[in-house]
Design a protein around this ligand. Structure first.
Ligand SMILES: NC(=O)c1ccc[n+]([C@@H]2O[C@H](COP(=O)([O-])OP(=O)(O)OC[C@H]3O[C@@H](n4cnc5c(N)ncnc54)[C@H](OP(=O)(O)O)[C@@H]3O)[C@@H](O)[C@H]2O)c1
Length: 209
């Protein structure tokens, strides 16, 4: 499958390398491929980089900064129409320092805002509730844990769940329509508190049921 990942940060790099190792064709979107290629953290990474405008794929993954997600998707444009877009982003506001607050909450979510702006997109919220190291190596925690999917299109949720399974996820919890993204994004303050107490990001939650 051709996967187009928007985002060159830790999530874009981790998912890009993991899906590439799992046999998918991966291209990573960025504002300026030449400049990104020269960044220190991209040294030795053998993934194809392209400008957002030139991205295409069977499935897109949004791994951009929450405030940059709308402009990034706008730059991709019509190539998104009808496609599954997996949204990993969080609405984190670091303007007042650490811990961050959320710039969208309660009766709305970043994922729903993106879906409203791009009604032709089949948006699925997934991967936003764990660190990138856990996204690509769920077994690394030792115990099975849970990954959530939410989105308005059941077939799109299934497609996202199947991609999660390619990375080793066995407990994919389908939360239904995209209003569930509110809870997935509002989990972040708790994630940040647990991270601060443990002093490391490699943990996850499990829904015991
Ligand atoms: N880090 C994690 O482990 C983790 C875990 C779960 C969820 N998340 C969420 O996943 C997303 C990605 O996180 P990250 O840590 O990998 O990277 P990040 O630093 O949050 O985002 C980096 C990416 O955002 C793009 N970007 C920033 N502002 C932009 C704008 N105005 N227009 C277009 N693109 C813009 C950058 O583009 P350029 O390439 O052009 O610089 C870059 O590709 C975030 O929303 C984050 O909250 C992160």
């Amino acid at each position: 499958m051709q996967l187009a990942i928007l985002g060159t940060g830790a999530v874009g790099r981790a998912l890009g390398m993991a899906f590439s190792s799992a046999g998918h064709d991966v291209v990573i979107g960025t504002r300026d491929p030449e400049r990104t290629r020269q960044r220190e953290e991209w040294a030795g990474i053998d993934l194809v980089l392209a400008a957002y405008e030139d991205l295409d794929g069977d499935v897109f993954i949004n791994a951009t900064d929450g405030r940059g997600s709308l402009p990034a998707l706008e730059a991709v444009g019509d190539a998104l129409d009808g496609k599954v877009v997996i949204d990993t982003s969080n609405a984190l506001d670091f303007s007042q320092g650490f811990p961050p607050s959320l710039f969208i909450s309660n009766t709305d979510s970043l994922a729903e805002q993106l879906q409203r702006e791009f009604p032709e997109v089949r948006l699925v919220k997934m991967f936003n509730t764990m660190n990138n190291t856990v996204m690509v190596n769920p077994q690394g925690l030792g115990d099975d844990s849970t990954i959530f999917v939410a989105g308005n299109d059941p077939a799109a949720r299934q497609a996202a769940a199947s991609l999660a399974a390619d990375l080793g996820w066995t407990d994919v919890f389908d939360l239904g329509d995209l209003t569930a993204a509110r809870g997935l994004e509002m989990y972040l303050p708790l994630w940040v508190r647990i991270f601060s107490l443990l002093g490391r990001p490699d943990f996850n939650i499990k829904v015991v049921r």
